[in-house]
Each structure stands twice: as C-alpha cells, then as structure tokens.
Design a protein around this ligand. Structure first.
Ligand code: FAD
Ligand code: MLT
Ligand code: ZN
Length: 501
C-alpha cells in the first residue's frame, strides 16, 4: 500500500483556465423561455412586503444580484425583490398576497442547486429562507429533530452531534445548503447507501401553500399510517407545490468508529467487482461507496492543491465504514482491501481512521464540482444508470464532443448507481450544448435510467422529464400542481414542461 503520489499525468495548465466569476447571460437571452402572465412588482407591492416583514428584510436593488445567479453560473434572473421571512406566518402572509396579485415567487435555500431551480428566470420575487434557521428540538432518545427549513446542513449536523446523533445526509455543499433545500430536492449525497433517501428520514413537514394556507404535516413518529402521506408531495418537488417552513427528521446515532479506504483501480469492471466484494465483506458497516475517474481526481487535486495518497489510476474508489467498534471495523476494512488486492481488483490502496487523512480523501471527492467550476463552464449531468453500463457514456461523450470540450469526466455515488457526468469548456458554448443535449438524456432513457438521480429537474430539465416519466405520470403531476397552485405562482418555468409542448 503506497502513501506516496506520482504526479498526475494530466497537465491541467495546458488545458487552459477560465475564470468562472464571469456573470452569466440573462436566462431569457440564453434559453428560449417566455415570461408568464404575472404581475410586475410596483411600489405598493414593496410597501406591502415591508408591512409584513421589517423593512431591512425586504431587499431591493444591487444587493439582489447574488440571489439571481445559480451556483454554477448557468442561469441569471432579473428579480429586484428578495424577501427574508423569519416565521411560517410571515411566509403565509407573503404567499397570500402574491397569490392575490398573481406575483410569481421562487423559494431559495442555500442556492447550491445545480439545475437552475433556485433563482428567478425573469423577475420572480425571491423568498430566501436564510433567516428561518431555528432548531426547535433535538430528542436524543428518539433521534427526532424538529427545525425550521433554513438551517444550514453543517450547522444542523454540529448541533445534533452534541447529542451523539448525526444527520442522515451529507454532501459537498453542506456549508451552504439548507436542510429545507435538501428536503425540497430530496438530496441524495454521500451516504444514501447507508441511510436511504429523505422520503424515509423526513418524518414530517410544515409547508405553506400558494394561497398562504399552512399545512401542518409534522409528525414525531417513524410509524404513522394515517392515510395519504402528504409530506411526500413536498419532498423533492423543488418548491413547485409549497414552501417548506419546518420539518421533523430522524437522526440516527452518530457512528463511534469511522474508517476509510481509498483505492486505485485499473478498469471499470474491477470497480464493479470491488463494489460487490465490499458489500459482501463489509456488510452492515458499509456507509459510502464512491467512484472517481482519473480526470475528475486530477481536477480536485490540482485546483484545490490536494496531495493524493495514491499514484495515478484510471479509477479511484472510496469505501467508508461506520460502526461502533473501531478494532472490528478496521480489521474488516483492511481484510477487504487485502482480499481485493490479492484478487487483483484493486491496484493500490490506503486505509485510515485518522481524521486529517480522512478529510483529505473526502476533499478530493467533495471538491470536484468546485474545481471544475474554477476551470470554466461546466455542463453537469446527474443520471442514474444500470451499473453494468454506468461509465460507458463518459468515453462515448468524450468522443462525441472531441476537442470542443476541455474535459469530459465522470464520478459519483456508484453505490447508488448515480453518475455525475461533466463536460467542461471555457464558457457556455451552444455547439457543445447541442451535442450533449438531448443526447445524454436519450442515452439514459434507452438504458431505462433516470435523467435526474438527485439534483432534480429545476429549470434545465422539464423538457427532458418525459425521458424518465410516463405521460400519465406527468399529467398527474400537472393536476396536482393545478390543485395546489392554480395561479402557478410557485417557482414557474421549473419541474413541469410548459403546457404547449
Ligand atoms: P437551493 O439551491 O436554494 O434550492 C433548490 C431547490 O429547492 C429550488 O428549486 C428551490 O426553489 C427549492 N427550495 C429551496 N428551499 C426550499 C424550501 N424551504 N421550500 C420549498 N422549496 C425550496 N445534491 C445532492 O443531491 N447530492 C449531492 O451529493 C450534492 N452535492 C453537491 C455538492 C456541491 C459542491 C454543490 C454546489 C451542490 C451539491 N448538490 C448535491 C446539489 C445541492 O446542494 C442540493 O440540491 C441541495 O439539496 C440544495 O439545497 P439548497 O438549500 O442550496 O437549495
Ligand atoms: C456531488 O456528488 O459531488 C454532487 O452531486 C455535485 C456534482 O454533481 O458535482
Ligand atoms: Zn452527488
């Protein structure tokens, strides 16, 4: 097992460097989209908002810019009003008024969404949940935590850790994303293989409907079979059916022992076989299985100046175990690595439970998105694919875009069949755009995959929804939307395809 690194064979400097701080084109100029028949905000509207909130929680003018641009710089709206409620009642008053005036709104959490769903397309009012950040209750016996939706994921994690619990969700954006944003996107992240998705962990929500009605769907129990579970409508609906204001989430006991293996693998078949071996040998303690290809790792190590403990391989995998007995878990993980190496599935690897080393390994994985962004404009795809075909789209797309792209790479939550496919270029490029879309979605659909494994549909994918959902299912989604938001003021132009398509 090597702890030394050979320098990367890829010269990233040669591939060029573009600053991502460039302000993107307005969404209405970059994409074919027509403004809906919504009211245009006037001074009386602003005065009304100021009467509902304190004046300083109604943001107008220059300061609204950051709320108009998404994390990857793929979309830019032109809203002049950002509202910052602190209570559910304030959210209710705002929506009641907006609905009566037919003013369109966008709920915004930490604005780390990757599908253009969290910012206005035109001049929709932004309802920022950032001040709704109170944790109401942490019950260490049941593990049930009740909080407002604007609590930052990392802050929630720090708070529940004090009671020896952990949030059943972890992702690279934890320092900025809100738990309410996570719920609204049904975020997956790094430990879905262990804890399942938020439809299971979130026990209840409180949400405000478009007409201002407060829906109290909070529950303090895992077991509650009292008819339809309406909470599910708000989990993953990306702010299109209501604004999530509170939630109850089940937080499991924090693991007492965490160990990590970082391994280098020569080919994709070995990735698959190593995964199979890990499931067999690590069983109940396995808590994360990630895959990173060579180019993706090269991005994060180079752009974030991280020293990889391994030399260069076509693929890398991270296996995390979480348990209660360190000696037992460490032995199991070490045995697994030895066996994988004996079988020639893994070329090299390291096992560690030292926090600094584990942090470095996770950083190499979690900072790939940020690294790509530092290098230019990134077309990002987040697809579920059968494991037997998981990686083949990466070389196929690489060949398809040729020299037009700086990098085509793949990484992701292989343990959950979720590939993050990325196409990097200097700046938004229509030629590449037309080469990768709808190609990626057609390809995914042919393999019965999902066009969104975890990031959602947002602004970028409504027209591709049919690749993963039947006409009947989309029709029912539309009926629910009409029932719950008849004026379509909640996050318009997102999730559902326009009616005339
Ligand atoms: P936002 O981006 O603000 O909003 C996302 C959507 O939810 C929008 O449609 C918005 O309107 C809606 N929304 C937000 N809050 C509310 C609310 N209270 N009520 C109703 N609607 C609301 N995602 C994953 O699933 N797994 C990952 O591993 C992962 N890793 C990431 C790593 C990085 C570095 C980045 C930048 C993003 C990553 N993401 C990942 C995507 C993103 O972090 C998640 O989608 C996250 O859940 C969004 O939370 P947010 O608070 O930033 O929401
Ligand atoms: C991740 O797993 O890193 C994210 O979902 C973000 C990305 O797709 O890059
Ligand atoms: Zn992810």
């Amino acid at each position: 097992m090597s702890l030394l690194s050979r320098s990367s064979v890829f010269n990233f400097a040669k591939r060029g460097f573009a600053s991502s701080s460039k302000i993107p084109d307005l969404t209405k100029d970059r994409y074919p989209v027509k403004r809906g028949n919504y009211a245009i905000i006037n001074d009386q509207d602003v005065a009304k908002f100021e009467s509902i909130l304190e004046k300083h929680r109604v943001i107008t003018g220059e300061e609204t810019q950051g709320y108009n641009i998404d994390w990857i710089g793929s979309v830019r709206g032109s809203s002049n009003v950002v509202l910052k409620p602190k209570t559910t009642e304030e959210v209710s008053e705002i929506l009641k008024y907006c609905n009566s005036r037919k003013i369109a709104v966008v709920p915004q959490g930490g604005n780390t969404g990757l599908v253009g769903g969290s910012v206005p397309v035109f001049d929709e009012v932004v309802i920022s949940m950032s001040l709704m950040n109170q944790i109401e209750r942490i019950d260490e016996y049941s593990g049930i935590v009740r909080c407002q939706s604007g609590v930052v994921l990392e802050a929630l994690e720090a708070n529940v850790r004090e009671k020896n619990l952990c949030v059943p969700l972890d992702l690279g954006a934890k320092g900025s994303c809100h738990i309410g944003g996570n719920v609204s996107t049904n975020a997956g992240g790094l430990r879905l293989i262990r804890y399942g998705n938020l439809h299971g962990s979130v026990l209840g929500v409180e949400a405000v409907l478009a007409n201002g009605q407060i829906m109290n769907l909070m529950s303090n129990f895992k077991k509650d079979n009292t008819g339809f579970h309406l909470k599910h409508l708000f989990i993953g609906s990306e702010g299109s059916l209501g604004i999530v204001t509170k939630l109850a989430i089940h937080c499991p006991t924090a693991p007492q022992a965490v160990n990590l293996a970082f391994v280098g693998v020569e080919n994709y078949q070995n990735v698959l076989d190593t995964f199979l071996l890990a499931k067999k040998e690590l069983g109940e303690i396995l808590s994360s299985v990630e895959m990173i290809d060579e180019l993706s790792l090269g991005c994060s190590t180079t752009m974030c100046n991280i020293q990889s403990p391994l030399q260069t391989y076509p693929f890398y995998m991270i296996f995390e175990t979480s348990g209660s007995n360190n000696a037992h878990d460490e032995e199991k993980l070490t045995n697994f690595l030895n066996n994988a190496m004996e079988k020639s599935l893994v070329a090299d690897g390291v096992v560690t439970n030292e926090s600094a080393k584990m942090k470095t390994i996770w950083e190499m994985r979690e900072r790939i998105a940020e690294s790509l962004l530092k290098m230019g404009y990134c077309f990002k795809y987040d697809i579920s694919l059968p494991l037997s075909h998981f990686y083949e789209i990466v070389p196929v797309l690489r060949e398809r875009v040729g020299d037009l792209a700086k990098i085509v790479c793949g990484y992701g939550h292989v343990g959950d069949s979720n590939l993050h496919l990325n196409v990097l270029c200097d700046s938004f490029n229509k030629e590449i755009y037309s080469l990768v879309e709808p190609f990626v979605f057609e390809y995914t659909s042919k393999l019965n995959g999902s066009v969104s494994a975890e990031h959602g549909i947002g602004f970028h994918k409504p027209k591709y929804l049919h690749f993963s959902k039947s006409k009947e299912a989309i029709d029912m989604m539309r009926q629910l939307k009409t029932l719950m938001d008849p004026n379509e003021i909640l996050n318009p132009y997102k999730v559902l395809p326009p009616l005339n398509k």
